[in-house]
Design a protein around this ligand. Structure first.
Ligand code: PHE
Length: 458
């Protein structure tokens, strides 16, 4: 087992905030959030999502960081450290397996964004003629292109992980975050000034409670909240294990939650007003192609749209990479800690396994019909959707619930709070946090899981 000395640490607290934010901000915010808002009927989804973030997920984020920092171990080791001789380490193991599955489908979507960098540069997006939605269908329906782009994305993530999780990410995130924010704000301003924007804005921000909504919206919102904050599978726990004890957790959590939520909300502010300005736009039926269908149309309305499009997709690839690196880090740190493998060997084996699962994910968009036909719509509609639904809507919230129960009842809140407040760290309302982690988070998750199960069965 590696000792804390060899383990390597983040350069500074800012470095850690950037790395954790780099993990949180990714495809989940810019691709996943608008897609799920569209499938969930608009503003009602947004409201439930925000409740999940504040009441359920933020307290669990604190718990993951404190478990990691306190134990200096990756997930399986952390549970063994605080509760040796019990079966709690299974929670860590669930996180390891879930991370590999998420890397698999994440890389497919990451691959699409790489494809779109290329198509923006060549001008194919703006001169497609047949409309951006059809272009996306054709692109993702081509099995060779899908698998090739997935391979590229996963290869880049693996190489960056080998190159150094700690030194590299801090530097990349420092320039990425401000650049991404500026570009997103510009795009939102443009989108809001398009004809039809008001309708999109109302759909996105004015909950229409008179309309019946599908019960599955609760599970989707909770799953999206977990996914967006990189929560429930031990990614934040693993990052926390590289944090010095002298660095407080309170501020990091505040920054990560604010930044992640702000960027997701901003993405919606770009997609829906622009979407509703396109004739015949239906946010619910577009599915995973939503941003790929809307954004090229938005870029086409801009002077220098090709440049904007290219820059946007490059930034999105980088944001997705900093998330994928953290996903890989969960299984990689696990085998390094447990088996003393070298990092390159660990990364190769882990990403190789993930790639095998990526292949059917990439081929389920028309290339191989049988990968689509067997999955009902409420389970994601194709193989990738199925893996994503299982991970996001079930595995991550279940992992998060078990983490909350572990910290609240097994390790116990007073010890966790003592660890949180160590070295005079700033942490607001520790008692409130104790209540949230013991009661609100686990109960909220169980209620939503029951509702989701019912929604699936009925
Ligand atoms: N939060 C990342 C995103 O929004 C995805 C992720 C999920 C990363 C789980 C790590 C763990 O893109």
């Amino acid at each position: 087992m590696t000792t804390s000395q060899e383990r390597g640490m983040w350069g500074s607290r800012l470095g850690f905030i950037l790395a954790a934010a780099g993990s949180a901000v990714g495809l989940g915010n810019i691709w996943g959030f608008p897609t799920r808002v569209g499938q969930g009927g608009g503003a009602v989804f947004v409201v439930i999502y925000l409740f999940c973030i504040v009441l359920i997920c933020a307290p669990i984020l604190v718990a993951e960081f404190v478990l990691g920092r306190g134990s200096r171990q990756s997930p399986v080791g952390a549970f063994k450290y605080f509760s040796s001789g019990t079966r709690w380490w299974w929670v860590g193991a669930l996180g390891v397996v879930t991370s590999v599955a998420i890397v698999a489908f994440y890389s497919v979507i990451g691959g699409w964004t790489i494809g779109y960098v290329w198509y923006s540069a060549t001008g194919a997006l703006s001169s497609g003629g047949e409309g951006a939605g059809d272009f996306f269908t054709q692109f993702t329906g081509n099995g060779f292109k899908g698998v090739f782009c997935t391979f590229l994305f996963l290869g880049l993530a693996a190489a960056s992980n080998i190159g150094g999780v700690r030194t590299g990410i801090e530097r990349v995130a420092k320039t990425l975050m401000p650049a991404l924010l500026v570009l997103l704000v510009l795009l939102a301003v443009r989108s809001l000034t398009l004809p039809g924007a008001a309708e999109g804005l109302a759909y996105y921000m004015r909950p229409d409670l008179s309309q019946a909504f599908n019960m599955s919206v609760f599970g989707a919102a909770l799953g999206q909240a977990f996914f967006s904050l990189s929560l429930g599978n031990g990614a934040m726990l693993t990052y926390g294990s590289y944090l010095r004890r002298s660095e407080g957790i309170g501020r990091v959590v505040l920054w990560v939650v604010l930044l992640d939520t702000f960027i997701a909300l901003l993405a919606g502010l770009i997609i829906f007003p622009a979407g509703f300005s396109i004739a015949g736009f239906d946010p619910a039926s577009t599915g995973p192609g939503l941003i790929f269908a809307v954004l090229p149309e938005l870029f086409a309305t801009l002077v220098g749209g090709r440049l904007f499009g290219g820059a946007f997709f490059i930034l999105l690839v980088i944001a997705a990479l900093t998330s994928a690196i953290s996903l890989l880090e969960v299984p990689v740190a696990h085998v390094i800690d447990r088996r003393q493998w070298s990092r390159p060997k660990a990364v190769l084996v882990v990403s190789g396994s993930a790639f095998l699962l990526s292949i059917p994910c990439a081929l389920g968009f028309g290339a191989v019909e049988s990968l689509t036909d067997f999955v009902p719509a409420q389970w994601g509609g194709n193989f990738l959707g199925l893996v994503a639904t299982l991970c996001n809507n079930f595995s991550l919230p279940i992992g998060g619930m078990l983490i909350a129960i572990f910290v609240g009842y097994v390790w116990r809140v007073d010890r966790a709070v003592a660890e949180l407040l160590a070295e005079h760290a700033w942490f607001p309302a520790p008692r409130l946090w104790g209540l949230l982690i013991r009661y609100v988070s686990p109960l909220g998750i169980s209620i939503i899981l029951v509702i989701s199960m019912l929604a699936v069965i009925m």
